[in-house]
Design a protein around this ligand. Structure first.
Ligand code: 3HC
Length: 282
């Protein structure tokens, strides 16, 4: 299937990154948020990505303008998806919210459109169950920061068709990403492994075994992590890390239980870089 238009639902760190990267690679994009204020912030995040692209010498100022011109922002979800060939949902990690969105997408997107979710860990089959096209629902999991991370994880729900998997695999390659494919299971591949790593780093801090700096230094110098796990948790967002951990705990039990320090930090609104305070101050 030829993809001309990509609709992105949600313009947080992931949605804005996906919108930018799709336009960067030549696609027409619509992006939608719940209200004008969030849309304005999302469009600014897209511009920040464009500026980074220029500063890193990846695009010229003229190309930057062309990239922005290909991205249309709207607060009207039905309008955003009405002529889309694929929709990529990137809203907050909450099953009820995702189901509500997928009901709306199913009602408003063209019949041929694939409905993909960028969920970090939630069940694709369950999200697909609220639509009349479960064979066209699939996980398309990008990584943060989208322009720099080379992987897209493709997750098959119980009813996802081979054709749908091929469409998103082709799209991921058109977006210059590598892909892996897996069955629907909490946390898929990456977050099932990464979730416990982040949790153990938080537990080391919580138990007073080492300082935040030494935990991160140990993993960057001892295992060549590009950034330490506590800094990475701040980067991903502690609210997202907590939701991933909760989904893993629900699926696999006690060993994935989120550490109390992570729960407390989220309760206090210390969510990492986006709130300027997490395990570090920004
Ligand atoms: N436009 C175009 N290209 C861009 C760009 C942009 N806006 N931003 C970056 N790039 C390009 C750069 O030019 C560079 O290209 P090159 O390889 O050809 O030189 C490439 O992307 C890498 O970018 P940087 O040079 O900025 O990358 P750094 O080497 O400085 O590393 C980092 C920064 C990528 C953030 C690195 O520290 C890192 O990998 N950290 C770990 C990140 C991580 O693990 N993310 C996954 C989190 S888990 C997740 O997201 C899943 C979720 O479900 C929780």
């Amino acid at each position: 299937m030829e993809i001309n238009k990509i609709a992105v639902i949600g313009a947080g760190a992931m949605g804005s990154g996906i919108a930018y990267w799709s336009s960067f690679n030549g696609f027409n994009v619509s992006v939608t948020e719940q209200n004008d204020e969030l849309l304005k912030r999302g469009m600014q995040k897209i511009k920040d990505n464009v500026i980074t692209g220029v500063n890193k010498g990846k695009i010229t100022p003229k190309q930057a303008e062309e990239i922005m011109a290909k991205i249309k922002g709207t607060v009207n979800l039905a309008e955003a998806v009405k002529d889309a060939d694929i929709v990529i949902e990137a809203v907050f990690e909450n099953m009820d919210l995702k189901k509500e969105i997928f009901r709306k997408l199913d009602a408003s997107a063209p019949k041929h459109a694939v409905l993909a979710t960028n969920t970090s860990a939630l069940g694709i089959t369950e999200i697909a169950s609220v639509t009349k096209r479960p064979e066209k629902v699939v996980g398309m999991h990008f990584f943060n920061p989208v322009p720099a991370m080379k992987l897209v994880e493709i997750v098959r729900g119980n009813k996802t068709s081979d054709e749908t998997v091929k469409i998103v695999d082709d799209l991921a390659h058109a977006l210059k990403k590598e892909t892996v494919t897996c069955r629907d299971s909490p946390g898929f591949i990456v977050n099932r492994i990464l979730g416990p790593i982040l949790n153990e780093a938080v537990l080391l801090l919580q138990e007073g075994i080492a300082s935040r700096e030494d935990i991160d230094k140990a993993m960057t110098l001892g295992t060549n992590f590009p950034m330490g796990p506590l800094r990475l948790a701040d980067f991903v967002g502690l609210d997202v890390a907590l939701e991933v951990s909760r989904t893993l705990e629900k699926g696999f039990g006690e060993k994935f239980k989120p550490p109390s320090l992570l729960v407390e930090k989220v309760k206090r609104g210390e969510l990492g870089i986006k709130t300027r305070k997490g395990f570090y101050e920004y």
